[in-house]
Design a protein around this ligand. Structure first.
Ligand code: UFG
Length: 334
């Protein structure tokens, strides 16, 4: 009988590559990626870390049902970890149709093929952004309100599609993981986040200031109602995030579940800048500018549910995050 495989859509991306690098048996992995936000060399980087064969990688777009289906015909897929999707909040406001078309069709195709090929395990890459402007710490029982951008809406709608699918497929074990702010890199420095163009996110921008690629960091507002006036986020090391996926893989349970994946600890923008300076013994030039539209003052996770039900907790500290991020930047900045 053919070996049962785990399909990672978007498996060459930032989160997917760290999940694969954390797996006990990467030979079980099949990757679907259209390389829209990564480059093909990512396969060679992963091969430096784990025994991955080229035939395990399918360069397909999950929104192309026929091309995507080939993977299910050629492999006995047992589990799908669905990570593929467009993910820039600001871009989604400018290109809503592109975001709805891409992200929702990808999820619909995943569910269509799970149905057709009797795949009963699914982990969905969701986001804390589905909570919108609610009070932190946010917990899974909060009612989701209208979010602030199309990207967030695609995550919230995808979650509902999966939940509705589970109603008519009681054998399905589906889990949405709501990521807070994934940051950092593999300690080897071989894989990490490779932003295209100007980074949108805080830590990749800080890294580029440290390496001299950018002259200073714009701090988007210091007049929020927080301890130092800058917004607070729950930054989670990407390897902790990867371990949460592996934890869900080990404990499948029929039905639909939702878990926050964060640390439960908040760090302000300036707090992260200072942690980066301390951890790496360097100075980051900053300038305070206007607020960025759509930002909330605080977004931190209530992580009690995933701890109680799965025994998962984060391990990496902000110092680890900053060291690994800088190690990665130094290896890749040209
Ligand atoms: N920030 C700056 N300067 C920058 C970049 C960011 O001051 O150059 C600030 C932002 O204003 C915000 C904080 O840093 O206050 C964090 O911003 P990020 O862009 O790094 O992260 P967000 O919290 O805005 O969003 C991220 C992901 C989303 C995800 C969300 C979940 O980008 O995809 O976390 O909480 F949905």
């Amino acid at each position: 009988m053919a070996q049962k495989k785990i399909l990672l859509t978007g498996g060459l991306g930032y989160i997917g590559s760290h999940i694969i690098a954390s797996m006990e048996d990467p030979s079980l992995v099949v990757i679907a990626d259209n390389c829209s936000n990564c480059d093909i060399e990512q396969i060679d980087r992963l091969k430096q870390l784990v025994a991955l064969e080229r035939h395990q990688v399918y360069l397909v777009d999950c929104t192309d049902l026929n091309a995507f289906e080939v993977i299910f015909k050629e492999n006995e897929i047992d589990t799908v970890i669905h990570l593929a999707g467009l993910k820039a909040v600001g871009e989604s406001v400018a290109k809503p149709i592109e975001y709805y078309t891409n992200n929702l069709n990808a999820t619909l195709n995943v569910l269509t093929l799970c149905d057709r090929y009797h795949v009963n395990r699914l982990i969905f890459s969701s986001s804390a952004t589905v909570y919108g402007p609610q009070v932190s710490p946010m917990n899974e029982s909060m009612t989701l309100l209208k979010t602030t951008n199309p990207y967030a809406e695609t995550k919230a709608i995808s979650e509902r599609m999966i939940e509705d699918y589970c109603v008519v497929h009681p054998e399905m074990a589906a889990t949405s993981l709501r990521y807070f702010n994934p940051v950092g890199a593999h300690p080897s420095g071989i894989i990490g986040e490779f932003p295209k163009g100007i980074p949108n996110n805080l830590l990749p921008y800080v890294q580029q200031v440290a390496s001299g690629k950018r002259p200073w960091l714009n701090v988007f507002g210091n007049d929020y109602e927080t301890s130092d006036g800058t917004p607070i986020r729950d930054y989670i090391h990407v390897l902790d995030l990867a371990s949460a996926h592996l934890c869900v893989l080990k404990s499948p349970q029929a039905g639909y579940r939702i878990y926050n994946v964060g640390t439960g600890v908040g760090t302000s923008v300036l707090g992260l800048v200072h942690a980066f300076e301390d951890a790496n013994q360097l100075t980051i030039k900053t300038k305070i500018t206007d607020r960025r539209s759509g930002d909330v003052a605080e977004s931190t996770a209530d992580v009690s549910k995933i701890k109680k039900e799965l025994g998962w907790v984060s391990h990496y500290t902000i110092q680890d995050i900053c060291k690994d991020a800088w190690n990665f930047e130094q290896k890749h900045s040209k």
